[in-house]
Design a protein around this ligand. Structure first.
Ligand SMILES: Cc1ncc(C[n+]2csc(CCOP(=O)(O)OP(=O)(O)O)c2C)c(N)n1
Ligand SMILES: [Mg+2]
Length: 900
């Protein structure tokens, strides 16, 4: 009788099992199993699947409670008899892998010996080596004909192995590798982790912040389909591979969006989870089984799951184990034990694992302790890994996850599978020489102890083999190759409607932005590249018309007749729809933003994302993803909708955003703007497209969009430069001004009202300025100040803020719907002049009038602040200023909103 799965008990079963289940049941089951095995033997496994499937359905319909089982036995998914032979030269590949292992370890060891505390990781790559090498030698395509190839997300802290391979391939010089984690020396070094910002021709995907790699990979695979379905790239077999740590799967980002993969049938996506059963501090699931947990979660989410748990040397044991006890024993042990087996060696394994059942002890009676110790885990067996990868790339209709069991610190002797192995940076002399011998590295002992690198000659069989394998797969990897866009950005004249103002009609800057976007999507050059992204907020931002115009991307088209189909602005879904409507996931949307904003380098397609979202749920919610986007040299527009702590009325504390601009200032490539009028948005967007996609500058934009309606003026002449640099005079005082008022976003209108109050009631004249970006003004001033500091003998340069304010007299009252620290950024260059009014503190549910009163940013508060300041300077009567607060309706004794 054939045993198709070791979990199936062979019949007749052992007396123990007969006792357990009773003789009647045993005999009945034996009959069924025998019949079933006959089907398998005669008609194959597919017929077996169909039979069981039909039986299960029938049982459920008949009211039989059949439990849903998401776990399969703790064995390899691919039966040994279905494996295909390995296509490569195993001996040479092992040799190459050993060399990579050595160099990866040596570069960390050496650097820490020389520069204590510089850090690095040696145990993660050691567990991942086979999983990566099988990919590099046989699967990872650098290109598909003239199309870009696979996209690979490496486990961030396995970068040393990737560097070591590139070193052997001759892509990274010895000098560079010796400068691992020494990036700021006279000679070039290597960054700790994958950072496209730091190695722009090498890394594409920043992955070291746990969880971001898997999430970005998932949405990358979906975006690939989007580009295909929209005809922007050719359909090829290219895949997205994501190498993920088992500990990393605890991050909600890693697992939170898995169902998208199944829903979208992303068979271009392969996750490989490196199940070394350990994370930084200790076991991932010491008291349970991470593989089982992940298997159930992925399968439940609709993924194809392939477990690669045991190496080929276990096959003969499974074959010999006719009682199913071996499988049973694997079910019993928890991960903490599995780890101990590796850490404590063969005698321990014999006693604790096999020793539980005499039959199992018998099974390994002819094996030495050493042989038991070296019984391998699936993720270290190229044969098993190759077969899993082959199935994964051939699988249709679902994404695949490969759960590969490995050993953390594999080959590192005493550090192998130890809890502390993650933090291991150096090896003891004895461990180094043992490593050298185990992996047969031909260097003298002394050199080994120092952690010398070793590279065989270019014409050695190893180097020739590895280079040849890569040549067949289209070239070396990783390799980042941005393609310069060949379009010309639409000229400003194309934004005429936005520049012309609203002709007295009250509209919000959000509405203005949306109509601008609608126009832009009609542009014959760039229209098709625009990717609007929304996390279930389209209606909030009045984007229904865009939905009608270009449709929502739906990989299967619209399979239902929408109830509102007869309406002009119906919910239109299309296979080639342009909008990515992500549902309620800012993280997912940001992942799409990342895929779209880096498509110029991953696909050679300059898609221009506009991710429009509820600003409060942006920087503070997905800030780390935005940071990674910057690192990835992402380009595009983040549109912070429902902006401003007092402009978004009613929603209260959790919704009203007064700090995104502060957070935006922390991202080096983010250019943040807080425009008041639609023409300002148009100027910023036009120039942004030009700089990012015509000039190929690696930068992106954060632009606030408000929902307060007011008439949008026509663009005054000559203000473009001011808008882009951050400030221009919007409305001068009729007479010589004694004070300056700055306003941003809707606060510009409050400043204008204050200008009028001051002139009419108090005879005080003020100029009003629109400040579109304090962040930009500060960056300019900082860079000029730096230059001045470093060139004391040269004539001093003046920052733009001082040039623009030339001749403008008096103090400056700056009103913003954001925190005071936003205008305060300019304080060093405006000594003693700046009075900032902002929205520090928690928001409240109320209308704009009350909110602005509460936060002291309304026109009355601006006017009051101006008079108070003039009084302090002796330019206005102090008592009159005090009285003015009363006249303006300001309660001077109310609680400070910053602490309210
Ligand atoms: C968001 C985040 N939190 C913490 C860390 C620090 N960190 C780096 S590696 C690591 C452990 C990773 O364990 P696992 O994912 O199992 O990878 P392994 O090294 O075991 O392959 C931690 C906590 C990080 N890089 N990112
Ligand atoms: Mg781990």
């Amino acid at each position: 009788m054939a045993v198709h799965n070791p979990a199936i008990l062979e019949f007749p079963a052992s007396p123990e099992i007969v006792d357990e289940i009773g003789k009647d049941q045993h005999d009945e089951m034996a009959e069924w199993i025998e019949a079933f095995d006959q089907v398998l033997d005669e008609e194959g496994t597919q017929r077996g699947t169909d039979l069981i499937d039909g039986l299960l359905r029938h049982a459920r319909q008949s009211g039989v409670n059949v439990p849903v089982k998401l776990n399969t036995p703790y064995v390899n998914t691919i039966p040994v008899e279905e494996e295909e032979p390995y296509p490569g030269d195993r001996a040479l590949e092992r040799r190459i892998k050993s060399l990579i292992r050595w160099n990866a370890m040596a570069m960390v060891h050496r650097q820490n010996k020389e520069d204590a505390g510089i850090g690095g990781h040696i145990s993660t790559y050691s567990s991942l080596a086979t999983l990566l090498e099988v990919g590099f030698n046989h699967f990872f395509h650098a290109s598909y004909g003239d199309q870009p190839g696979d996209l690979i997300y490496f486990q961030g802290h396995s970068s040393t192995g990737v560097y070591a391979r590139a070193f052997l391939e001759g892509r990274l010089s010895q000098e560079r590798v010796l400068n691992y984690r020494h990036e700021l020396r006279d000679t070039p070094g290597l960054p700790s982790y994958p950072h496209p910002w730091l190695m722009s021709d090498f890394w594409s995907f920043p992955t070291v912040s746990m969880g971001l790699g898997p999430l970005n990979a998932l949405y990358q695979a979906r975006f690939m389909r989007y580009l295909e379905n929209r005809g922007l790239i050719q359909k090829t077999d290219r895949k997205v591979w994501a190498f993920v740590g088992d500990g990393e799967t605890d991050e909600p980002e890693s697992m939170g969006s898995l169902t998208l993969g199944a829903r979208e049938k992303l068979d271009n996506l392969i996750f490989v989870v490196n199940c070394n059963l350990q994370r930084l501090d200790g076991p991932v699931r010491g008291n349970g089984k991470i593989v089982n947990e992940l298997e159930a979660a992925f399968r439940g989410a609709g993924w194809n799951v392939i477990k690669v748990l045991w190496g080929s040397d276990w096959d003969k044991l499974f074959a010999k184990d006719t009682s199913g006890l071996l499988t049973k024993r694997f079910e019993e042990v928890v991960d903490g034990e599995l780890q101990s087996y590796k850490a404590r060696g063969g005698a321990y394994i014999r006693k604790e694992f096999f020793g539980k059942y005499p039959e199992l002890l018998e099974l390994v009676a002819d094996m030495s302790d050493e042989q038991l110790h070296y019984l391998s885990r699936g993720g270290h067996d190229p044969q098993k890994v190759y077969n899993a990868y082959k199935r994964a790339v051939e699988h249709k209709g679902q994404p695949t996850v490969i759960l590969a069991q490995t050993v953390k610190g594999y080959g590192l002797g005493s550090a192998e599978a130890r809890n502390a192995t993650h933090q291991e940076k150096k090896l003891a002399d004895q461990a180094l020489t043992a490593f050298r011998s185990r992996f047969e590295i031909p260097i003298p002992e002394e050199a080994a102890k120092k952690g010398a690198l070793y590279k065989p000659p270019d014409d050695s069989p190893e180097i020739r083999y590895m280079c040849e394998q890569r040549r067949r797969l289209g070239g070396t990897m990783p390799s980042r190759k941005p393609v310069k866009s060949d379009f010309t950005a639409p000229p400003l004249s194309e934004f005429a409607e936005s520049l012309a103002g609203s002709k007295g009609r009250a509209v919000s800057s959000t509405m203005g932005y949306v109509s601008m976007l609608r126009q832009l999507m009609k542009d014959p050059n760039v229209g098709k590249f625009i990717v609007p992204i929304i996390p279930d907020e389209g209606r909030t931002f009045g984007m229904e018309s865009i939905i009608r115009q270009v449709g929502i991307y739906a990989s299967q088209g619209q399979l239902y007749r929408p109830h509102d189909v007869d309406m002009l602005l119906y919910y239109r879904e299309e296979k080639d729809g342009q909008i990515l409507e992500e549902g309620i996931t800012e993280a997912g949307s940001m992942a799409s933003m990342t895929a779209a904003g880096t498509a110029y380098s991953n696909y050679g397609v300059p898609t221009i994302p506009f991710f429009t979202y509820y600003s409060m749920f942006g920087f503070q919610r997905v800030g780390d993803m935005i940071w990674a986007f910057a690192d990835a040299r992402g380009r595009g527009f983040l549109m912070g909708g429902t902006a401003g702590r007092t402009t978004l009325a009613g929603e209260g504390l959790q919704h009203q955003d007064g700090h995104s601009l502060v957070l935006a200032s922390t991202v080096p490539t983010c250019h943040a703007y807080d425009p008041a009028y639609v023409y300002e948005i148009a100027v910023i967007v036009q120039d942004g497209i030009r700089r990012m996609f015509e000039q190929n500058e690696d930068r992106f934009y954060y632009i606030t969009a408000y929902n307060e309606d007011y008439p949008m003026p026509e663009m005054p002449k000559g203000v473009e430069e001011g808008i882009l640099r951050g400030l221009y005079k919007y409305k001068p005082a009729g007479e010589k001004a004694v004070i300056q008022l700055f306003g941003s976003g809707p606060m510009l209108n409050e400043a204008l009202k204050a200008q009028q109050i001051l002139a009419e009631k108090y005879g005080v004249h003020a100029d009003v300025w629109s400040v579109t970006s304090y962040n930009e003004l500060r960056r300019d001033a900082l860079s000029i100040e730096r230059w001045n500091r470093l060139h004391p003998a040269e004539p001093e340069k003046r920052p733009y803020i001082l040039q623009a304010l030339e001749g403008a007299e008096g103090a400056i009252v700056a009103a913003t719907d954001y925190m005071k620290v936003v205008p305060d950024q300019l304080a060093p260059w405006l000594p003693g002049r700046l009075v900032s009014l902002g929205t520090d503190g928690f928001g409240r549910s109320d209308n704009r009038q009350h909110l602005r009163q509460h936060f002291e940013v309304n026109a009355a508060s601006i006017a009051g602040a101006a008079l108070s300041r003039l009084a302090r300077e002796g330019k206005f009567d102090a008592q009159r200023a005090q009285n003015a607060f009363g006249e303006l309706g300001i309660n001077t004794e109310k609680i400070d909103p910053a602490i309210a």
